[in-house]
Design a protein around this ligand. Structure first.
Ligand SMILES: Cc1ncc(COP(=O)(O)O)c(C=O)c1O
Length: 374
């Protein structure tokens, strides 16, 4: 039975209590929970986790086998395997191993970029809302943070971002597809932006959700697959999303060798664990596993859109494994309602107070999501 938008939210039965604060950060307050801190709830194993954009199915059977067989090597530091993973990533992308930096998740690479290119005198320009890590690390370094709202289509407003750049800009962060909106910024616009970027500013293009965007838009293409000869461009990727390895913590950056050298100073020596290394190598080889996850996500995303439209909800056009939509009421209340029913949703984003972000779960999890919401 189709539900009207009215009945969906009436049925939530929650009041419109909007928290107000004059001194909110641009992004969710990390100290108060959300992205870095696992929620402390009773019976956690029973929770349906639609909050962190993980692959609910992964890892693939081949990667799971590699993880099991890697356990016996856990007493050893990684030696040759570390280089084997570097080589595998370089080969996969058609670059030299000197252009690859491994991190304990791509978060570590983002931290290294903040450490290398920001300071109290060198600021960062980033979209709002976006993935929180760069703002978090910039703040801890004491760098100025310049947040530029996405435009009405939820695309990076690169003209406004460019207008904020000056001689003290150390880093620009672009997230494509963007978290939390799952929206794409056209490649051409990023190229134009890069053409105008000051020589002293570096740019991170975070492609954590690249595989889900894939062919979904003619305007999108990866800056690894179609690189620009520009030492300032750092592209980040992760094994946490489509490969289903979030808990093993493995990500990487691709950039010019001298840029990688600058970043390398700030990552942990021997920071990649032996199981992640083996899993990463097999994951890159498992093209069938990857293809199945991408296909499954397309189906799950389409089903979400069908369910949303049946309730007259209007999700932001998604090119990732999560969807954001306007709930027409304070997101805090909606998030709390679902939490009370054992379902975790994404955090509240201060610049989009009525929107919630839902990571796509398995069909059974999503059925429960819609049941609780209606
Ligand atoms: C855009 C984006 N970049 C990076 C990350 C961090 O991923 P990792 O697990 O590789 O640290 C996330 C995690 O949600 C993300 O959404």
């Amino acid at each position: 039975m189709p539900f009207s938008r009215r009945s969906f939210f009436q049925a939530l039965g929650i009041g419109a209590i909007l928290r107000s604060s004059n001194s909110q950060p641009l992004l969710p307050d990390l100290r108060a929970g959300s992205w870095f801190e696992a929620p402390q709830l009773a019976g956690q194993s029973d929770l349906i986790r639609l909050d962190r954009n993980e692959n609910p199915y992964g890892p693939s059977p081949k990667v799971a086998d590699a993880i099991r067989s890697a356990v016996s090597a856990s007493n050893r530091y990684t030696r040759g395997e570390y280089n084997a993973l570097l080589d595998a990533i370089a080969h996969f992308h058609g670059v030299n191993p000197e252009q690859v930096l491994l991190g304990c998740g791509s978060t570590e690479v983002l931290r290294a970029a903040a450490a290398a290119f920001l300071s109290p005198a060198r600021k960062v320009i980033l979209p709002v809302p976006t993935f929180e890590a760069v703002e978090h690390y910039a703040r801890s370094i004491g760098a100025q943070i310049v947040g530029v709202p996405l435009n009405r289509e939820f695309v990076h407003d690169l003209e406004s971002m460019h207008a904020r750049i000056d001689s003290s800009t150390g880093l620009v962060y672009i997230c494509n597809p963007n978290n939390p909106t799952a929206s794409l910024t056209p490649r051409k616009q990023i190229e134009t932006f890069l053409g105008k970027l000051r020589a002293s500013a570096y740019i991170v293009i975070d492609e954590a959700y690249h595989q889900y965007a894939g062919e979904s838009s003619a305007t999108y293409s990866s800056f690894i697959d179609r690189p620009l000869a520009d030492d300032r461009v750092i592209v980040t990727r992760t094994f946490s999303k489509v490969y289903g390895l979030a808990g093993l913590r493995l990500g990487y950056a691709i950039a010019a060798p001298k840029t990688i050298q600058q970043l390398r100073k700030y990552v942990t020596l021997d920071g990649i664990n032996a199981i992640a290394v083996r899993a990463g190598i097999v994951a890159l080889q498992d093209a069938d596993g990857l293809g199945q996850f991408v296909k499954q996500n397309e189906n799950d995303r389409q089903e979400f859109i069908n369910q949303a439209f049946a309730r007259m909800l209007k999700p932001v056009d998604s090119h990732a494994n999560f969807v954001m939509f306007d709930t027409l009421r304070p997101a805090d209340d909606v998030i709390q309602h679902f939490r009370n029913h054992g379902i975790l949703l994404g955090p509240r984003f201060p610049s989009m107070t009525n929107h919630v972000r839902v990571s796509l779960g398995t069909p059974a999890e999503m059925a429960e999501f819609w049941r609780v919401g209606t």
